[in-house]
Design a binder for this molecule. Structure first.
Ligand code: NAP
Length: 248
């Protein structure tokens, strides 16, 4: 119960990897604020699962690409649940196209959620951690931000940007008791990858030493470690959880 009495915000916590992270942090004793953008039913289901573990949980609708919505969400969470000491920046989208065919709009859409949105939520939450003299910020980046990927230049740019942000922010906040790290998943079984054609997924399996896609719970376990007080000397790090598909 490393995180007993602490409040964690998981953006995009209603489904997929975010939901698994919410449940894992609840197992570690944290109360959970679950952010989502469009599907209240999934968010409420995730809250119910957290409550079944005996922790507090509330869902907060907000498009993290929208600054006023972010500001209002964080103010409401503080009022309803207290200061946020663990932030998992997980919400993300894809709009895949080769670079030649990519529109400015789909470039902006992905950058505004996957990079700027995550940065701006962090900007809103950081004062809580500074006041407490303790905090954990964890960005969910991607193997694609490290290797690049055909048809994902916008997503790769956003996820690569998160890695650079992680390292800069880690340097700025280290003396304040705050660690900033990233988890870089490989290909994980969620709604996001359910739209990837079967032949591409088969190629992924063949290129992954472990020989399969990952599970959301396997990302959540890495997040739990980085969020724990035991990870106090780990900052500015990118933890790869990818079945060996990319090693650096
Ligand atoms: P997912 O199943 O598509 O779930 C996405 C979550 O993000 C949902 O809870 C969704 O809420 C929320 N969301 C989307 N846009 C949002 C916005 N503008 N504001 C707030 N919330 C928003 O995705 P996933 O596969 O679990 O991925 C989670 C994270 O892991 C993403 O950052 C993704 O890039 C990263 N990742 C995934 C994989 C993979 O293979 N799956 C690999 C590497 C990295 P609603 O349902 O309400 O829209």
């Amino acid at each position: 119960m490393d995180l007993q009495g602490k409040l964690a915000l998981v953006t995009g916590g209603s489904r997929g990897i975010g939901r698994a992270i919410a449940l894992e942090l609840a197992d570690a004793g944290a109360d959970i604020a679950i952010n989502y953008s469009s599907n209240p039913q999934a968010a409420e289901e995730a809250c119910e699962l957290v409550r079944a573990k005996g922790r507090r949980a509330m869902a907060f609708k907000c498009n993290i690409a929208n600054d006023p919505e972010n500001h209002a969400m964080i103010a409401t969470i503080r009022k309803e649940m207290g200061p946020i000491l663990v932030l998992v920046n997980n919400a993300g989208i894809t709009r895949d196209r080769t670079f030649a065919k990519m529109t400015h709009e789909s470039w902006n859409e992905v950058l505004s959620v996957d990079l700027t949105g995550q940065a701006m939520v962090t900007h809103e939450v950081l004062p809580d951690m500074v006041n407490a003299g303790w905090g954990r910020v964890i960005f969910i980046t991607s193997i694609v931000g490290e290797m690049g990927n055909f048809g994902q230049s916008n997503y790769a740019a956003a996820k690569g940007g998160l890695i650079a942000l992680t390292r800069s922010l880690a340097r700025e906040t280290a003396r304040k008791g705050i660690t900033v790290n990233a988890v870089a998943p490989g290909f994980i079984e969620t709604d996001m990858t359910s739209v990837v054609p079967d032949n591409v997924l088969e190629q992924v399996r063949q290129n992954t030493p472990v020989g399969r896609l990952g599970k959301p719970e396997e990302i959540a376990a890495a997040v739990r470690f980085l969020a724990s007080p035991r990870a106090a000397f780990v900052t500015g790090e990118v933890l790869n959880v990818n079945g060996g598909m990319y090693m650096n």
